[in-house]
Design a binder for this molecule. Sequence first.
Ligand code: AMP
Length: 360
Amino acid sequence: MAAFPLPPGSVIGILGGGQLGRMLALAAARLGFDVAILEPEPDSPAARVAAHSIVAAYDDPAALARLAELADVITYEFENVPAQAVAMLTELGAATAPNARALAVAQDRVEEKSFLNKAGVPTVAFAEAHDAASAAEAMALVGAPALMKTRRDGYDGKGQKWVEHAAGAAAALKDLGGAPAIVEAPADFLRELSVIAARGRDGEIAVYPPGENHHENGVLRRTAAPAKITKKAAEQIERIAHQILNSLDYVGVIGVELFEIKGGKLLVNEIAPRVHNTGHWTQDGCEVDQFEQHIRAVAGWPLGPTEPHAFVEMTNLLGEEAADWPRLAAEPESRLHLYGKREIKPGRKMGHVNRLHPLD
Ligand code: AMP
């Protein structure tokens, strides 16, 4: 088992080869680390900037053994890592971060909200539904209208359905493919906010200023940060981040999505046990960005400062929008981040642009 802090020259393993893995790998390289990527797709964005690349399924035992052999610590760029893969890595004696519990909690919306409430973090009212009878019970408990979501594997607004009347619950469950679901009360939110925070191996916590998020068709379009929020809201969000990180004995960066309700109440919608799209603004707006922060945390290094030095509007470049790079590259206030994806598909996250403005 590796001794922490890991010295430069150590190898950081990452499960997943998408843009988050790529930006983690670039940050790791800046600190003198090598990176090993395990990803089923060949020629992935992360593998192309990494020292080592293993192309195999996430639960392929030989691939996991190779990764464990190469890497001094293994982390993730997405939360839906098969539990079996995490168990295998643990059996192989690999150091993994964040821990298996954080992944398990974030993989299941019922587990997630139950965990949050137990940790003293408020959410919308919710109930589980797995068949017609439990769906009817859930609707009786939560009330109509309600939002039904699959418990697992939902992302970017996929696997969700509004249920206008209690009578429609069984049909909605069927529409979602019959998979176990969560039934949520509607959050009558004014704004969607998120906070990126990190916890080190020694329990030290660093929290970034929250951002304000705008989604289109369930996909993040823009984050503006630091969000204009009251001191009270900022303190409350900071407290929520601490409660979540400490309750999970977490190591690494976490993304926490929140609803701001009328009257200033804050509810947590979901947690992502990884670097997060709503934290991309930190690359050009903060002293140490979320990617370096995550590498620092998992490598057992001290966390870096999170102070903002600019107001940033982060805009995702979806599909063909990335073809606009010559114009974006010519904007003096814009910092362009492109993921090197070979194929443009409609709606695919191809890059993002951080537009910098002076802090108030
Ligand atoms: P999620 O997949 O949970 O991140 O949800 C995707 C988006 O759906 C969120 O960003 C919100 O805009 C919306 N949403 C999720 N849960 C609720 C809820 N309980 N009430 C109202 N809107 C919601």
